[in-house]
Each structure stands twice: as C-alpha cells, then as structure tokens.
Design a protein around this ligand. Structure first.
Ligand code: FES
Length: 262
C-alpha cells in the first residue's frame, strides 16, 4: 500500500486534450458500451491519456476523461489513484519498474534495486537528467527469467549487476538495447543443459494447425482398423451354385444298395 497523490501544482499542465487520433479512438471505445454505461471505458481512456502524456496522468487529463464519460471527476480520480499502473507524477523518459517479489528477490532483485538507487536516485524520483525514475512493484509475471524489470512497455530479464548497469547506461546514451533476456535466452527455457524445446518448429509458429492434422490422421487410422476388424470377424460368404450345375440332371448314384433292384 502506498499513498498516491496527484503531482504538485508546479508540474501540472494547465490543460489536456487527446490528439485527433486518440480522440477518434476514444470515441470508438466509448461506442462499444450501451448508453448510460460509458463509464466502463474509463480505464482504457486513462491509459491512453497516460501514454500520450509521457507515461503519467496529470489532473487535467483526469478531468478531461471525466467530462468525456460524463463522470464526476472524483469518480475518475478514485480509479486513477487506486490502480498503481497509473502514474500520477512524471516518471522520466524511462520508467523502471523493478519486480521485488520472492522469485526475483531470491535471484538478486535486491542488487538491481541497489543499482537503481545508485544510478537513478531515490524511489519515485526522476533522475536529475530526466532520463529515469524507478519503482519497486509486485510480480510482473516473468518469474522464470528472474530477476527482471519493466522499462516503459518492455521487459528486461535475466538481469545481474553488470548487464543491468550496462542497460541503464545504454538507454541513457540513446543506444539500441536488447529487450527480453539479457543473457541470450530466447524465452524461458532452462538457462543451460536444455533437453526440451529443441525443435524450433514446436514454438516458432510454423506448427500451428499441426495437431489438427495429427488428430485427423489418428481418426482415419482408427476408422481403417475398425473396418478391418469388422471384416475379419464376419462369416465367409457362402458360394452360390453355378447355373450350369443347376441345369445338369442328377446322375444316378453308383453306391451299392442305392440303385433299383433287378
Ligand atoms: S517474481 Fe518477479 S516476475 Fe514474478
């Protein structure tokens, strides 16, 4: 739990308006809800406002969203202050959210937090150059690649002191950085001695639909086996007498005692 307040007045912009594209997008989102239920779009609109406004929500944006949805400002404010995904104050150019939950903690999150303090400053404060702010958060769902951080919309995983320091320095210098694992893992496979997922076709998308074919083949094979078994179990067909045999008169039997007496 933390106290969440709006940023102080000196940093608040006087007004906020969605860009033309975002306003059109907002209109579409609002139209998805039945009349009288426009308030259901509030989180989507706040999120878009935050993205548009350097990743934080000024008071003017909260008021604008309230007007668009015909909601009292206090209702929108309740939502914006409740969800920690909404930033109520500037977060710098790169907003670092450090996972501090158990798996990341066991794998070195403490050291990552230490580097944030050293390189950026205190939590929830924008660095002097405006490049960074950081915040400790709960599990971000990438525990297999712990420890990890989210920077703006991207995850950076398999961190250690060296690669995380380099990552911050590259971001600060505007250099391109590698997203995801910083040690070269392509996903969350074992870090070494990998014995599974060796066939790229299993997870690169090329096998999509493969299981459908395998299933259809299996059904076909089962059907053929059932048919063969049914044929094998059926009694052999009785041979129909040939027409020639039917036309021939029966020959007298030569069996002794079976002929007529002389
Ligand atoms: S514990 Fe850190 S991502 Fe889940």
């Amino acid at each position: 739990m933390s106290v969440r307040r709006l940023a102080p007045d000196p940093v608040q912009p006087k007004s906020f308006a969605f860009t033309k594209e975002n306003a059109a997008w907002a209109k579409t989102v609002i139209s998805k809800f039945p009349p009288g239920r426009q308030a259901s779009a509030v989180i989507a609109l706040l999120w878009r406002a935050q993205e548009q406004h350097d990743y934080w929500l000024p008071k003017a944006a909260i008021e604008t969203v309230g007007e668009m949805l015909e909601m009292p400002t206090i209702r929108v404010l309740e939502i914006a202050t409740f969800y920690s995904m909404f930033n109520l104050a500037p977060v710098g150019q790169h907003f670092v959210q450090v996972c501090g939950t158990t798996p990341c903690r066991l794998r070195g999150a403490e050291k990552i937090i230490g580097i944030c303090r050293k390189e950026i400053g205190e939590e929830r404060h924008v660095s002097d150059d405006g490049a960074f702010a950081w915040l400790e958060v709960e599990c971000l769902g990438a525990c297999c690649n712990a420890p990890m951080v989210q920077i703006n919309n991207d995850f950076y995983e398999d961190l250690d002191e060296e690669n995380f320091t380099r990552l911050l320095s590259d971001l600060r210098a505007g250099k391109p950085v590698r997203k995801g694992s910083q040690t070269g893992r392509s996903a969350s496979e074992p870090a070494r001695d990998r014995k599974t997922l060796q066939d790229g076709a299993l997870y690169d998308g090329s096998a999509i639909g493969g299981w459908t074919k395998a299933f259809a083949d299996r059904v076909k094979r089962a059907e053929a086996a059932r048919k063969a078994a049914a044929e094998a179990a059926a009694p052999p067909p009785t041979a129909a007498p040939s027409p020639a045999a039917e036309a021939k008169p029966a020959r007298a039997s030569k069996t002794p005692g079976n002929g007529s007496a002389k």
